[in-house]
Design a protein around this ligand. Structure first.
Ligand SMILES: [Zn+2]
Length: 141
């Protein structure tokens, strides 16, 4: 089936979808922090790569990655129309994710990436455990 929107409108629509998704996942994350008594997070801290949350003292950057935008293959969210376009976009995002992760790591930060779909499964948040791990963290994959 052909897309009901032209390309420009589709981009616009998807941008709105993304911003809505971001908001709801961030709210869920904040709820998780609160439930676990985790404090000290900053939201939307202005630093290159724009992590969703940072813990400045512990130097932890938290990214909640939207499954569609960052290419998680957990569910069938691949539009058939303009498949090439979306595939390229996901690949770009994934490349950028890697670069940003490497950048933070090179500055002594711990990077925690959580798939949006796995947020429900996160039980307990232990910043010290995150921080004490000297390896790059890709958790809750
Ligand atoms: Zn997912």
């Amino acid at each position: 089936m052909a897309d009901v929107f032209d390309k420009t409108t589709r981009s616009e629509v998807m941008r709105k979808v993304r911003s809505k998704e971001n908001q709801s996942t961030e709210i869920r994350m904040i709820r998780l922090f609160r439930e676990n008594g985790v404090t000290g997070w900053r939201r939307n801290y202005l630093v290159k790569g724009r992590p969703d949350f940072v813990f400045l003292k512990q130097r932890i950057a938290v990214f909640v990655d939207g499954c569609f935008w960052h290419g998680h293959d957990c569910r069938n969210t691949r539009p058939k129309d303009n498949a090439d376009y979306w595939q390229k976009k996901r690949e770009r995002n994934q490349r950028r994710d890697k670069e940003i992760t490497a950048l933070f790591k090179s500055r002594g930060w711990i990077v925690v990436r959580i798939w949006e779909c796995r947020l429900k499964k996160v039980k307990g948040i232990d910043l010290a455990a995150w921080r004490n791990s000297n390896i790059l963290r890709f958790i809750y994959r």
